[in-house]
Design a protein around this ligand. Structure first.
Ligand code: ADP
Length: 440
């Protein structure tokens, strides 16, 4: 069956965020890791129908050529799977450099799809991201005063997205102002047509509210390419349904019942994760991974394995965490170097995941974007079917793992996401075959 929506996301957690919102909008969704090499049917092996695929790239701040190559290869694959509409997903804070990669990628995708014009809709009003007269706000601050001006990789020092995008793009950039959008979807469509007639290819769209997102979704449903944040993703499915392109699905996030031991691997030092580790430790023991000890050889890793095996044998859940407060982190980074310390932790988490999954762990929570990336590649995962949301932006997912009869259930949490009891509640919300669900 052809897919309805084919999305390309410029980073891993951004892809999950969009996929999660598509499920909430009523679509059955799969997230793929990297440019897919095989047809969808082979990647998901009969795990049911799919309405939307989100291909997760790592192209937010890589060289422009690389971003273009991967995005175009992903697009070819999505077109071959029959995608009726394509979606280029980037961050709601428009994270990009002076030269890209949002403008060049969106222009290249549009050209390949032979579209006349596309829209830029980063806004997500419920999360405080709005756009007015082309200026992006984070809460009540302009983007350029929101903290994003100091981002280490993609500093955003200009809140005027028309100007930002024009610097990255070959063709003129236009604006769909709120005053036009407020007159409805037809007025918005006419504005896009008019701008296209003037040679504009990319149109930044004002968005102040969820209602504006819904109007925009209605206005752009026929375009071959749309671009933006995950907010637009949640608004589109209703309009696919109205067109009869998408059926009603009772539970688009339904996953097979989970089975196997419950493990949490935390490699994030973000404030939210530190709180989640403490909340877990108040109820169960955990094992603290020490990068200094990891640097000395495999013995420390083995200790962590012994701890986890013991916890799992007693019904679990088991927590292994490298998460450390600012002071400890600084000491370790001074001693080992920031990169080496990070690498040691990521390698250890990958190894622990591989061994413990092979030994029967079937429900795995990973905290930290990079940490999740390390675990996913250590496990050799290519496709994640997206399930129900645990907390905003973090769904349960399921993946096929070579050597495991039943799918592995995974929750991959960006460091700062999730409420304080996330590590415990995640397992409670996941239906299991053996009724282990409530144990955490
Ligand atoms: P977040 O989503 O919070 O940014 P990430 O996993 O992306 O989390 O990044 C955290 C980084 O910090 C990873 O590279 C991880 O290996 C590293 N790290 C985790 N714990 C420690 C520690 N105790 N000392 C040094 N580095 C650490």
């Amino acid at each position: 069956m052809p897919i309805m929506l084919g999305a390309i996301a410029d980073d891993f957690t951004g892809a999950t965020d969009l996929a999660n919102n598509l499920v909430r909008g009523g679509m059955r969704c799969v997230q793929l890791i990297g440019v897919p090499e095989r047809p969808l049917a082979q990647l998901i092996e009969g795990s049911g129908d799919v309405d939307a695929v989100v291909v997760a790239l790592k192209s937010r701040s890589c060289p422009v050529d690389e971003a273009l190559r991967d995005a175009l290869r992903a697009l070819e694959w999505l077109c071959a799977e029959g995608a009726r509409q394509c979606f280029f997903k980037y961050c709601s804070t428009f994270d990009s450099t002076e030269r890209g990669n949002i403008g060049p990628v969106s222009e290249a995708l549009l050209a390949r799809l032979e579209g006349r014009v596309t829209v830029m809709v980063p806004a997500f009003p419920v999360n405080g991201r709005t756009v007015y007269q082309g200026h992006l706000f984070v809460g009540d601050r302009l983007l350029s005063e929101s903290g994003m001006q100091d981002h280490p990789l993609t500093p955003m020092r200009d809140a005027d997205l028309v100007r930002v995008l024009a610097r990255q793009s070959e063709h003129p950039v236009g604006l769909l102002a709120w005053q036009t959008l407020a007159r409805g979807a037809q007025a918005a469509r006419s504005c896009l047509e008019k701008l296209a007639g003037q040679g504009v290819r990319q149109v930044v769209c004002d968005t102040l509210s969820e209602a504006d997102l819904a109007t925009l979704a209605e206005a752009v449903v026929d375009l071959p390419l749309v671009t933006g944040g995950s907010g637009l993703g949640q608004a589109l499915p209703a309009h696919y349904r109205r067109r009869g392109w998408l059926g009603e699905v009772a539970s688009p996030g339904a996953l097979a019942p989970a089975s196997g031991g419950a493990l949490v691997l935390a490699g994030s030092c973000s404030r939210a994760t530190l709180g989640q580790v403490d909340a877990f430790l108040a109820r169960h023991p955990g094992f603290a991974l020490d990068p200094m000890a990891l640097a000395e050889g495999p013995a420390h890793r083995e200790e962590a394995l012994t701890f986890a095996r013991h916890q799992l044998a007693n019904g679990g859940p088991a927590l292994i965490y490298a998460s450390a407060g600012a002071e400890r982190l600084r000491r370790v980074q001074q001693a080992l170097g920031r990169e080496r310390a990070g690498e040691l932790v990521e390698q250890a988490l990958g190894h622990l995941a591989r061994v413990l999954v092979a030994e029967g762990v079937g429900r795995l929570v990973v905290a930290g974007g990079e940490s999740a990336g390390a675990v996913v590649s250590a496990l050799g995962l290519q496709a994640l079917r997206i399930g129900e949301q645990i907390d905003p932006g973090v769904p349960w997912t399921q993946a096929t793992v070579v050597g495991r009869e039943t799918p592995l259930s995974l929750a991959l949490k960006s460091g700062n996401f999730g409420r304080e009891d996330f590590f415990l509640r995640a397992f409670e919300t996941l239906p299991t075959t053996g009724g282990e669900g409530g144990r955490a």
